[in-house]
Write a protein that binds this ligand. Structure first.
Ligand code: ATP
Ligand code: MG
Length: 599
């Protein structure tokens, strides 16, 4: 294949697009790979399509290798299946909804769990049919609140989504492990550094889930990693829990006046005045801060929950949201927000600024006598025997020396506190550091959630109907193109890895002589005959400077120049990434290029 720049549908641009912030977006537009059609929606031009096809081919090969079978669903789907699983509403504003001429509701699918589940239900009815792994590479639609960075977060984007169907949990574990391996291979072949990080299962409960993050400063996801190899989403980090402390020798608690101390800072200052500590000052870490949050349940109910945590830490609402489902005894998504003044007013036992667990070993009660009825959860660092300064549930008063497990109890512990740099990794592999990444893929053990709501059951060995267990696995294909551009560029343009580059060789003629063009034509044809893909800059009236600039912008890994050197029988061959150039005798240049391309 020879792509002649004299006729190819390509215009490179000298200026960065005004809406572009990140390099991949700027360069993919400037080099003529994509064009913006609307915010977060892009058209693919010939060069872009070629890269996209190569990325898709790698994904397809690895999915086929684990036994995945490719199908293709419409993007335009009826409302009913999504209504059955609750996602028609749960998806909120991110869902593109529309109506047909008869007024029936449709959507542009953001993901396809429902359709795959129904397809298998349609055609299969026995355990003998399972396992089956199905996938597609297809357009997805999400009305993202902030489409950004070109292809990185689009409103129309391409995802490879696969779904596994198994009769039992062991089968699901195998399907999950196979997809995990396949994903590691896909990203290794793409040359993208990837960290599989533990993600929380959220409201779906109990299931395993990992995100494949590509570490990069332009990423929107924050994650933590340790030098020893631990990596996790902030939501999924678990606290290293200190051992219980023997409290038999600790003095009894005492309530003291601490006027005007509604915040931790004011409390610490006053505590050091009214109750100086032997051997050092009180610090925020000695206080037990009690924060009330509101959980919005799927039923519409608004339930208050109190959280106790060391005063030097802050609540991370996303961590609460990811970890609270098990404490509320409900299914479905829970939304968490800070409690409002109004919430607190409705419950007089909650004394704002002076809240604390009940005095006396009164299980999970905020307010000394009055039971607030509010669920009381604590950070895992609040272990038995830890002694605290905390609210006395009276305006302007705090209790000193309140001992966990002796003087107060709680309804449960929850991972709720912000994760800090320097916190220990849960697996003992060293202190945590925060980093940013892009989510390139996500694998998820769905379990029976979708199969239950859509009634996907098959007969087991004993002729009994059982619900199928499922996994769902996504790779962002267009996002991968952007990530590749992001990690493979310099200030002059793109630098594609060979296996996804739009062509193998970028051949150009510099100068005017007919013999130069004739020689370049001969080289292009000889390469083409060997199956080497060539971009051939055969434009007659374009300067050498412009041709070099375009070649560097477009980013094919090997550039060959037929120019002045030809008088001495030489063709220049340049490596786009390293910039190194060699002069190769014209008689050898075709073979040299073939060897370079084939490695
Ligand atoms: P994010 O957290 O980045 O919004 P997500 O968790 O919503 O992603 P999934 O539903 O897990 O995404 O989708 C699977 C994969 O599809 C993601 O891992 C990502 O690679 C890709 N993807 C998701 N949303 C977009 C988007 N708006 N533009 C491009 N790719 C996307
Ligand atoms: Mg995800």
């Amino acid at each position: 294949m020879v792509l002649r720049l004299s006729t190819m549908f390509l215009r490179t641009l000298r200026e960065d697009p005004v809406d572009a912030e990140v390099a991949s977006h700027k360069l993919l537009v400037r080099a003529g790979y994509i064009r913006r059609a609307a915010p977060g929606i892009y058209s693919w031009l010939p060069l872009g399509l070629r890269v996209l096809a190569k990325v898709e081919a790698i994904v397809r090969e690895e999915m086929n290798a684990i036994g995945g079978q490719e199908v293709h669903f419409p993007a335009l789907l009826p409302r009913e299946p999504y209504e059955a699983t609750g996602r028609w509403t749960e998806y909120g504003d991110a869902l593109f909804r529309l109506q047909d001429r008869k007024g029936a509701d449709y959507l542009l699918a953001p993901t396809h769990e429902e359709m795959f589940t129904l397809l298998v239900k349609d055609l299969y009815n026995s355990y003998k049919d399972l396992p089956v792994y199905l996938y597609q590479i297809q357009n997805k639609y999400r009305d993202e609140a902030r489409p950004r960075a070109g292809l990185l977060r689009g409103r129309e984007f391409i995802m490879k989504d696969s779904y596994s169907f198994d009769i039992d949990d062991a089968g699901l574990d195998t399907a999950y492990a196979k997809h995990r391996e396949a994903y590691l291979k896909i990203f290794a072949r793409l040359g993208l550094e990837i960290l599989p990080v533990k993600a929380t299962a959220g409201a779906m409960g109990g299931s395993k889930s990992e995100e494949f993050l590509h570490p990069t400063p332009v990423g929107e996801d924050t994650f933590v990693r340790s030098a020893g190899g631990y990596a996790a989403n902030v939501e999924a980090v678990t606290t290293v829990v200190p051992a219980d402390i023997d409290y038999s020798a600790l003095p009894a608690w005492e309530v003291k006046d601490t006027p005007d101390t509604p915040t931790i800072d004011t409390l610490v200052a006053v505590a050091n005045e009214v109750a100086p500590r032997d051997g050092g000052e009180w610090t925020a870490a000695d206080t037990l801060k009690n924060v009330v949050i509101a959980a919005k349940l799927p039923t519409g109910e608004r339930r208050l929950v109190a959280i106790g945590l060391p005063g030097d830490r802050a609540v991370d609402l996303k961590r609460v949201e990811a970890n609270i489902a098990g404490h509320l005894d409900i299914g479905g998504e829970v939304e968490i927000e800070a409690a409002t003044e109004e919430d607190l007013k409705k419950n007089p036992a909650l004394v704002k600024g002076y809240m604390g667990p009940g005095n006396g070993l009164d299980h999970a009660v905020l307010g000394t006598e009055a039971t607030s009825g509010v669920l009381y959860l604590v950070d895992p660092r609040v272990v038995s025997g830890t002694s605290w300064i905390t609210g006395a549930n009276e305006y302007g008063r705090h209790v000193f020396g309140l001992v966990a497990g002796r003087d107060f109890g709680w309804d449960g512990t929850i991972e709720c506190v912000e994760v800090r740099e320097g916190d220990p990794a849960p697996d003992g592999s060293g202190p945590l550091q925060t980093a940013r990444g892009i989510e390139m893929g996500h694998i998820f053990q769905l379990g029976r959630k979708y199969a239950e709501s859509l009634e996907l059951k098959v007969l087991d060995q004993n002729g009994k109907l059982v619900t199928v267990t499922m996994g769902s696995y996504g790779v962002g294909v267009t996002r991968a193109v952007a990530a590749l551009a992001e990690t493979n560029h310099d200030d002059r343009g793109l630098m594609w890895p060979r296996n996804v580059a739009p062509a193998d060789v970028h051949l150009m003629v510099t100068g005017k002589g007919a013999e130069l063009f004739a020689e370049a034509e001969r080289i292009a044809a000889a390469l083409d005959a060997q199956g080497i893909e060539v971009i051939f800059d055969d434009r007659p009236k374009v300067s050498a400077g412009v041709k070099f600039g375009d070649a560097e912008l477009v980013g094919v890994p090997t550039i060959a120049v037929v120019g002045r050197g030809l008088a001495e029988g030489l063709v220049e061959v340049k490596d786009r990434a390293s910039g190194t150039a060699e002069n190769i005798p014209v008689a050898d240049v075709v073979q040299h290029l073939i060897d370079t391309v084939r490695g």
